[in-house]
Structures are given as structure tokens and as C-alpha cells.
Ligand binder design. Structure first.
Ligand SMILES: *Cc1c(COP(=O)(O)O)cnc(C)c1O
Length: 494
């Protein structure tokens, strides 16, 4: 399987190279040159199979050179509490796939527990014995998931930057109490886009890269642009479908809609890739919060980031530049690398680009989009708790709201909503939504939530306040490269 860059198809990489590089040298994203087809029989064989085995099969179709994949998926998914992607039926045609039973209680764990293994396996193949340093910009969940995924993994180091005011207290506590020796955490003045832009700049900083190379250190990416992050996310589309098959809810070939709370567009893009692999997906519904740039894009074909940035109760979706969208527009353009590069450069310089009418129609054949206002999110949490006894976090509630709005009350087709965070991670918002009073102390809120909903609080969250805060720094945007360098030198000296 070959990969090439969305901005230069002559830049070809093997799977192992794509995983190690993360982003291509001219700033493009690696995409597979072809999509393996998963047959009816193969999809049916996923019914009742262990998640780790399905993951090894799906990821292995893209990265066949990783011969120890089955061991990697076992190591990654044994860290989950039970099934990594259980499907819960809520109503006749409404299903929720819970992706938050991993070590940090958010869906990023699905990819970030596996990526370090994909990376170290790829490095072995390439004979690479450098230390791979992973700078991560996080809007909250990715940071801790990367720290847990890479923490303690030989030959790797991870530096996490989170927006100073853009993550919850609990998310911050989770990150700054991480104990592994090969990790660094810092706040950054600004919002998530500032953090992401600053980290992207570090990747393009030739002087920094040269200085790190002299220390035997290379940069790579764990953000959702890395194909090694994307591939593991394709798995749960197949397992969700197989679960519905197994439960007799559908027969093979019946289409299933997926509704995805979207930010960087990685989660839903994995669904598009599953569709390209032959999974009978009906519509892919892209759900946004009031930062509805993706929703507008899907409905109009114009991507326009020149708008106000809102802080919401679903911070992991507070994003105005969705990196993974580049892979979709590359695909829609008929894999036109020049056009993709041009559009991305326009997005950088003018903040806006447009698809052609043809491309827009093609996109709308598969994608629908909607967004949820903040009060609708709270209403949905409360309504589903009252009506179905199901408690969900605000990100999931954005998706449920949008799925309900778009179907106008009647669901013709089975719809699977992807649930991306445990309600505990956003306890205050959830409590408020169900008419309980948050205390201003997130850990106390966990207990209140447990008492109100009978949803057990994980020990890893309740014990956080007792842990030592190890990282208290905050940097400006232009200080990110310096912070990375300082950390790298410490890692090199060890
Ligand atoms: C990352 C994240 C999302 C958005 O997923 P993308 O792949 O960035 O679109 C949604 N919800 C939660 C809780 C997340 O952590």
C-alpha cells in the first residue's frame, strides 16, 4: 500500500513512512493511494469478534507491513474497560456507540493507545533509532490521551500544549499530573487554533528541526492528521455495523446513518473511508456546535473561517480550522493535489476557499450537516435522561441534537450516534442540564453526578486532586519552538 501527499502526489511514502512523518514535508496530509474493499463475508465475520481482532484486520489492510499488528491492538485495547466501542440502543432506530471506555475516558484513546505501537513498529521497519518527539496541540482530550498513549513508550517523547482558557479544570488536572519521564505539558496563551497554528509552525521551523536532528531527535505528529491516528478510527464504523447485524437490527446491505460530533473532522472522515471500503453507510451527518464552520461548509461548499470564535460546553469541537478536511476536499477534487494545495494556501492567506458546484454536490450526496445551539445541547441531555434514562456528555448531545433535528422526529434508517466523551469529563455542564447545581469543584461534581444518575465515577478521575501538579508553565505562541527545544535537549541528555 502506497500513500501520497494531498499537496503533491509525487511525494510517495510507504505506510511506515507516512506514520513516522505524520505530515508531508510540503505540509500536505498522507492519504492511501487506494482503498481496500471489505467484502460482505468479511464484514459479517466481525459479528461477535473481539474488537482488537477487527482493528488488526482493518488497520492491517492499510499497513500490511506491520506484521505484529495483532499484538499492538491487543496491547492498546486491553487498556479499555470492556468493549472499546459498545453500541447502546436508545430507541427504535437510535443507537449510540460509546467510544469513551479507554484510559482517559474520551474517544481519542481509541487511536492514541494504538498509534505509539504503530509508530514504534514503523520505526523498526525503517531502521530508525532516533527519539521521536511528538508536539501536540490539544483542545483538551487529545492531550491527556497522547500523554497516556506515548508516556513510557521507549524512543518517544511527547510535548502537549493546551489553550490557557480553553480546557476544563478536570482536563487540565489530568494533563498536568501526568508522571511519565518522557512527557512535557504547558499552557499556551490563546485559543485552540492559536495552539494548533503554533505547533504547526514548529513542524515547519527548519532551524528547530536541524537543531533537534543534531541531538538525535525527530519531530512527528500525533494530531489527527497522522494516518496512524485515522486508521484505527475506521474500525468502530465496522464494529458498530456488525453489532447491528449481530443483533438482527439490520441485514447486510441495509444502510446505516452515522452522526458524528465533529471538530478536526478526523472522526467523521474515518466514516467516509469506511464507506469507500464498501461499508453500507447511508448518510454521514456532521454535527457542529455554534462554531459551525463545518456545517456551513457542507451546506454551501464554502469554507469560511472568518468568524467569531465561541467557547462552548463542548470545547473539543471549538475549532475553526478542521485539519482533516483537507483529505476530503482532495478526494472530492478527484485527487487534484495542485488544487488542494492552492485551496489550503488560500485558507491560510484569506481564511476562505470554495468548492466547485460539482464537488459540492458530490459531497452532499454523502454528507449532511447541522449544528446545535448551547441551550439545545442542555435540553437534549435533560430530555434523553428523563425519557430514556440515558446520560450523555455535551459533545455527544450536540450530535444527538443534530441527528434529531435533521430527521424531523421520524428516523427512517438506523442511526448510530458516536459518543465521544464520558459524561464525567464534563460533569458541571451535565449537572446543570439535568437541573442539579454544579459546585464549582469538578471533583465534587463527579460525586453529585454519580448520585444523581447512578453512573459510577472512574477511580482515575476521582483521585486526581490528590496528585501532584507537575507542569505549571504557560508560554506565548512565539515561545512554543523554544519550549520544544528545551524539552528535547533534556530528553537527549537522558
Ligand atoms: C476530538 C473530539 C471530538 C471531535 O473529533 P474530530 O475527529 O476532531 O472531528 C468530539 N468530541 C470529543 C469529546 C473529542 O475529544
Amino acid at each position: 500500500m502506497k500513500f501520497y501527499s494531498t499537496r503533491n502526489k509525487n511525494n510517495v511514502a510507504s505506510g511506515a513512512q507516512a506514520v513516522c512523518r505524520g505530515i508531508s514535508e510540503e505540509g500536505g496530509l498522507y492519504v492511501p493511494s487506494e482503498f481496500p474493499v471489505v467484502s460482505k463475508e468479511k464484514t459479517e465475520s466481525f459479528c461477535g469478534a473481539a474488537y482488537e481482532d477487527t482493528a488488526a484486520e482493518i488497520v492491517g489492510m492499510f499497513l500490511p507491513e506491520l506484521t505484529e499488528l495483532a499484538e499492538y491492538t491487543r496491547a492498546a485495547y486491553s487498556r479499555f474497560c470492556g468493549d472499546p466501542a459498545p453500541v447502546v440502543q436508545i430507541a427504535e432506530n437510535t443507537f449510540i456507540t460509546e467510544l469513551w471506555h479507554g484510559p482517559t475516558h474520551a474517544f481519542k484513546d481509541i487511536a492514541l493507545t494504538l498509534l505509539p505501537h504503530l509508530l514504534s513498529g514503523s520505526k523498526k521497519i525503517l531502521g530508525n533509532d532516533k527519539i521521536t518527539l511528538i508536539p501536540v496541540a490539544t483542545s483538551g482530550d487529545t492531550g491527556k490521551a497522547a500523554l497516556e498513549g506515548f508516556g513510557g513508550v521507549e524512543g518517544t517523547a511527547v510535548a502537549v500544549f493546551y489553550p490557557s482558557g480553553g480546557v476544563s479544570d478536570l482536563q487540565k488536572l489530568q494533563m498536568i499530573t501526568t508522571e511519565h519521564k518522557n512527557v512535557f505539558v504547558s499552557a499556551i496563551n490563546g485559543n485552540f487554533d492559536d495552539a494548533q497554528t503554533a505547533v504547526k509552525k514548529a513542524f515547519a521551523n527548519e532551524r528547530l528541526i536541524k537543531e533537534l536532528a543534531d541531538e538525535g531527535i525527530e519531530l512527528s505528529s500525533a494530531n489527527s492528521i497522522n494516518f496512524g491516528r485515522l486508521a484505527p478510527q475506521i474500525t468502530y464504523y465496522f464494529t458498530s455495523y456488525a453489532d447491528l447485524l449481530d443483533g438482527g437490527r439490520i441485514k447486510y446491505g441495509d444502510k446505516v446513518d452515522f452522526c458524528v460530533p465533529s471538530g478536526n473532522f478526523g472522526d467523521i472522515l474515518a466514516g467516509y473511508y469506511a464507506l469507500k471500503m464498501g461499508l453500507p453507510v447511508g448518510r454521514l451527518i456532521c454535527a457542529s456546535n455554534v462554531n459551525n464552520v463545518l456545517c456551513d461548509f457542507i451546506n454551501t461548499g464554502v469554507y469560511d473561517r472568518r468568524r467569531e470564535f465561541h467557547k462552548t460546553t463542548s470545547p473539543s469541537m471549538d475549532i475553526l480550522i478542521s485539519s482533516n478536511l483537507e483529505r476530503l476536499i482532495f478526494d472530492l477534487s478527484g485527487e487534484n493535489d495542485e488544487l488542494t494545495a492552492e485551496r489550503m494556501s488560500k485558507l491560510g492567506s484569506e481564511g476562505v476557499y470554495s468548492l466547485t458546484e460539482e464537488e459540492t454536490e458530490k459531497m452532499q450526496k454523502t454528507f449532511s450537516a447541522g449544528y446545535a445551539e448551547e441551550d439545545e445541547v442542555a435540553e437534549t441531555i435533560s430530555e434523553y435522561f428523563d425519557e430514556y434514562g440515558y446520560i450523555m456528555d455535551p459533545h455527544t448531545a450536540v450530535a444527538v441534537t443534530v441527528a434529531d433535528k435533521l430527521c424531523g422526529g421520524e428516523r427512517e434508517r438506523p442511526t448510530v450516534i458516536l459518543s465521544t466523551a464520558s459524561p464525567h469529563k464534563f460533569a458541571a455542564s451535565v449537572l446543570e442540564a439535568i437541573g442539579e447545581k454544579p459546585t464549582g469543584n469538578e471533583v465534587k461534581d463527579l460525586v453529585t453526578l454519580e448520585n444523581a444518575t447512578a453512573l459510577e465515577v472512574p477511580e482515575t478521575l476521582i483521585s486526581l486532586p490528590k496528585k501532584e501538579k507537575l507542569f505549571n508553565g504557560c508560554v506565548n505562541r512565539d515561545e512554543v519552538a523554544g519550549a520544544i527545544k528545551e524539552f528535547a535537549q533534556r530528553m537527549a541528555r537522558k
